[in-house]
Design a protein around this ligand. Structure first.
Ligand code: SDX
Length: 440
């Protein structure tokens, strides 16, 4: 974004005064459609010789965006103005992908054309199979995803010009279309089963489940319950404002790196257990707790500053209320397990008891720590047949739509500039070089 962009200015200002020199500066305030206004500090260093300091960006807006809005206090999540609960119950993932990419819900003909374009990009170059052969069968699927997605740019030289709108769109379609195929390939590779080619007569979610669970030995019969649950899980994970992985994608894209490399950087960031890796960590935590009577012991560990253990799937930088996605997933848990005839899933029982106790505990209440998107998702994914190491891959699959939409929005901003934060230097002052013979 250009430093000369003066849109959203309100005429309101904040006055900043240097108490040592008495100098003061008027900093413009920018208003958005909703949510907190921002103090524009783009000229602060030039005017004051000072940087701002906000290492984890708790109080820092990195960009303007029209895609997603989160109200953390109220537990609200909207995509292009549409509430997540409405999209999860009334829309489907392909339609939400169109909404995130292009800004409005599609007409029927726009939907049909978009779905067709995605369907006809689902196959991957046959050479890509060789990438997998270099990995051990027990490689973490996220390691494979980082490698294979990063390598996609080696196959699509015809859509790497980020300044050509048509090439940007083709790359976006290729990424959204191929990520399920590659994700399913990572799953099959871990099982030692043959890869399954995509089918164009199936919906996006149905096709993904088909590529994961069908085997050449018998006809695959899609389960409509699992298909609906998968599609809803994809919707709930599609985008989430400027989270760590999306910010990674934007910063990568600001150097004009190609979109495949940018999405690979997002996958790498999402893998961390503080971020998308939490869904795998929640299941591992529930297994570690083992039984309801051990919940208090683990809550004490979570509160102990000397213990690195944290309650995985709880807490959020932005939500200081119940994550609206967790509410939908909690409801889906009951529906899917019941539909699958799983009446008393011990993991779900444990998760619900853990949530009940935590939400009554002063430590969690005081810090406004609520279940987030990762707390219940793994229980459904496990019931659907996925192993825990695939959970973050499914998060990355869905978030590819958000990453691609945010990347596209950034590239389409007038005069893209490279992102380059500064620092507070606390290292040694200047000192002369000492040859090794003269050192102590
Ligand atoms: C995602 O940003 C996004 O939008 C991400 C995401 C998306 O869709 O892209 O929503 C997806 O990443 C969800 C979050 C998944 N991660 C987890 O579930 C891991 C467990 N949660 C925590 O690690 C933590 O809550 C974070 C990382 C999510 C948020 O960390 P913050 O904002 O830096 O919060 P903090 O560490 O400053 O915590 C504030 C206080 C601290 O205690 P005090 O120092 O004030 O005494 O709350 C405590 C923390 O110790 N705390 C927890 C806790 N989370 C915060 N204590 C125990 N268990 C936890 N889970």
């Amino acid at each position: 974004m250009s430093d000369k962009d003066t849109s959203n200015q309100t005429g309101k200002t904040f006055t900043l005064t240097n108490d040592q020199t008495g100098e003061s500066w008027q900093l413009p305030v920018l208003d958005g459609t909703c949510g907190p206004s921002v103090i524009d500090v783009r000229k602060l260093y030039a005017q004051t010789g000072h940087f701002t300091f906000d290492p984890s960006f708790t109080s820092t807006g990195s960009c303007k965006s029209r895609i997603t809005y989160i109200d953390g206090e109220e537990g609200i999540l909207m995509h292009r103005g549409y509430d997540i609960a409405e999209l999860a119950s009334k829309s489907n993932f392909i339609e939400v992908a169109y909404l995130l990419l292009y800004g409005d819900l599609p007409s029927q003909s726009e939907y049909n054309e978009f779905e067709h374009n995605i369907k006809y990009h689902t196959m991957v170059h046959e050479q890509l199979i060789n990438f997998f052969k270099g990995f051990r069968r027990d490689a973490h699927p996220m390691a494979i995803m980082c490698g294979v997605i990063g390598g996609l740019s080696a196959f699509y030289h015809d859509s790497l010009d980020i300044w050509d709108p048509r090439q940007r769109e083709i790359s976006a379609h290729r990424l959204i279309a191929k990520i399920p195929t590659i994700a399913a390939m990572t799953y099959k590779y871990s099982l030692g089963q043959p890869f399954v080619y995509p089918r164009n007569d199936m919906s996006y979610a149905e096709n993904f489940l088909h590529m994961c669970f069908s085997v050449p030995a018998e006809e695959y019969k899609p389960n409509p319950i699992l298909t609906k649950a998968m599609d809803r899980i994809f919707i709930l994970h599609a985008d989430h404002e400027q989270n760590a992985s999306t910010s990674t994608v934007r910063l990568s894209g600001s150097s004009q790196a190609n979109p495949f490399a940018c999405i690979a950087s997002g996958i790498a960031s999402l893998w961390g257990p503080s971020h998308g890796g939490a869904n795998q960590a929640v299941l591992e935590m529930l297994h570690e707790i083992g039984s309801k009577d051990r919940i208090p012991e683990f809550l004490e560990k979570a509160k102990d500053k000397n213990d690195p253990f944290r309650l995985m799937g709880f807490g959020h930088r932005v939500y200081k209320n119940y994550d609206p996605r967790a509410s939908v997933l909690k409801e889906s848990c009951h529906e899917v397990l019941e539909d699958l005839g799983i009446t008393d899933d011990p993991l779900l029982e444990m998760a619900m008891e853990l949530e009940r106790i935590a939400l009554e505990d002063e430590y969690f209440v005081e810090r406004k720590l609520f279940p987030n998107v990762d707390f219940y998702s793994g229980i459904i994914l496990k019931a659907m047949g996925f192993n825990t190491e695939m959970f973050t891959v499914l998060f990355a699959l869905a978030r590819t739509v958000g990453w691609t939409s945010q990347w596209k929005e950034m590239i389409e901003e007038p005069s893209l500039r490279i992102g380059r934060p500064r620092q507070l230097y606390t290292g040694p002052a200047k000192r002369p070089y000492v040859s090794i013979n003269d050192r102590d």
